[in-house]
Design a protein around this ligand. Structure first.
Ligand code: C6P
Length: 405
């Protein structure tokens, strides 16, 4: 990997002072910053090629269409899929809702079960609750082991047996930093004939990932957590599955022919992309993938884990700090509870020192309740963060402990 200082130069936003201090950006699990290479591609698209896709015969429309479809190819190569297996979405949340609607409504009946885990983000819980209400299906949960936040794999086979049709789980937990053994989970589900959906929101921009190696049926992610703009993401679906599903939204772009009472759809993936898509977002997502691959996803993953382990060690030095998440092999996400100081107070204090953290339930309210907490403070790292920033962060936490007595 290039030196961190060199990589930091690619991110204009990192070079500023916040509240009189050099910015330390530790809120990468919420959204990452964007490198100049991605910003330039966005600007170039709007300055030179902007037009609608798949409709016009004129030159700009042709260019926009070619660039948009090339972006689909790039996403496919980034995750080891076929081009026609990539549906552009607004992000992880929309991808899960698409599967819950299109696959869930067509395949689930009263009495069927959906297996989730206790560490799911609301985005991988609420759409299934809505599906369960529509169909009479039931949700069941693979437990975690406690503060260490590992999945209780001994319970998996039993839970997978009982009428389960779909197993949806997060690859990396946004609230605990756990890295789940996604390949093993998919294999064990497949052995029981259970369809899998991997929420890769926190993993796809941080680690090498190949849908064929994972053996998943569906996988979803958001571009904004991997150096691309907000409002763009992708759903991977095995082609035969995608092709068998009805559309999610109806409208322009996704049809072949329309009559007053009936319409025919295009093949997957286009039948899932109704209306004008986020063209510039897709093109910028492809640029973000080029940027990440030039650094190397193995190197990014190693750096994330190294910072995660270093931060965990430094945090353990603080008295009365309850650290959540795995002892070994955590990602670059650390989440903790400090004395009885509310996480919002910690985040506000740290902000006054120029450090951006996140405090709250991290869209995992049931998990927080399971841990007996209402919130945690979270620091989440990326390849442009370094140990010196973590040292400053730990110093500020010490200051906070003194301040709040
Ligand atoms: N987590 C966080 O600060 P969207 O909002 O669709 O881009 O991503 C939703 C989502 C789904 N799954 C996981 C594991 C996630 O971490 C997120 C987003 C952010 O942790 C915002 S709550």
């Amino acid at each position: 990997m290039k030196a961190i200082e060199t990589l930091r130069k690619d991110f204009p936003i990192l070079h500023q002072q916040v509240n009189g201090f050099d910015l330390v950006y530790f809120d990468n699990a919420a959204t990452t910053q964007k490198p100049r290479a991605v910003l330039d591609v966005l600007m170039h698209y709007y300055e030179c090629d902007n037009s609608n896709v798949h409709r016009g015969i004129h030159t700009l429309s042709h260019r926009a269409t070619v660039a948009y479809e090339a972006a689909r190819e790039r996403v496919a190569s980034f995750i080891g899929a076929r081009t026609e297996e990539v549906v552009f979405t607004r992000g992880t949340t929309e991808g899960i809702n698409l599967v819950a609607r299109a696959w869930g409504d067509a395949n689930l009946r009263a009495g069927d079960r959906i297996l989730l885990t206790e560490m799911e983000h609301h985005s991988n819980l609420v759409p299934w609750q809505l599906l369960a209400e529509r169909t009479g299906a039931e949700l069941i949960f693979l437990p975690i082991t406690g503060d260490e936040g590992l999945l209780d794999l001994e319970r998996l086979d039993v839970l997978l047996s009982d009428g389960v049709k779909l197993f949806a789980f997060t690859h990396i937990s946004n609230a605990l930093g756990t890295i789940n053994p996604a390949g093993e989970l998919c294999r064990r589900a497949r052995e029981k004939g259970v369809i899998t959906l991997v929420d890769a929101a926190q993993s796809v921009g941080h680690a090498p990932l190949d849908v064929m190696d994972l053996g998943c049926d569906f996988l979803v992610f958001s571009g904004h957590k991997m150096c691309a703009p907000t409002g763009i993401g992708a759903l991977y679906g095995r082609f035969d599955l995608l092709q068998s599903l009805p559309p999610f939204h109806g409208g322009g772009e996704m049809i072949l022919t329309v009559d007053w009472l009936h319409s025919d759809w295009k093949r997957a993936p286009h039948k899932f992309e109704a209306g004008t898509p986020n063209i510039s977002g897709a093109i910028a997502l492809a640029a973000a993938m080029d940027y990440l691959d030039a650094i190397g996803r193995d190197a990014i993953f190693a750096h994330d884990r190294e910072l995660g382990a270093y931060a965990a060690d430094r945090l353990r030095e603080l008295p009365n700090l309850r650290l959540l998440g795995p002892r070994d092999e955590r990602s670059g996400i650390v989440s903790f509870h400090l004395n009885d100081i509310h996480s919002h107070d910690i985040v506000s204090f740290a902000d006054h020192r120029g450090i951006a953290l996140r405090g709250g339930h991290h869209c995992t309210q049931p998990l927080m309740r399971r841990l007996g907490l209402d919130s945690t403070t979270r620091a989440s790292f990326y390849f442009y963060n370094n140990r010196e920033e973590i040292d400053r962060f730990v110093e500020v936490l010490s200051e906070i402990q003194t301040f709040f007595g």
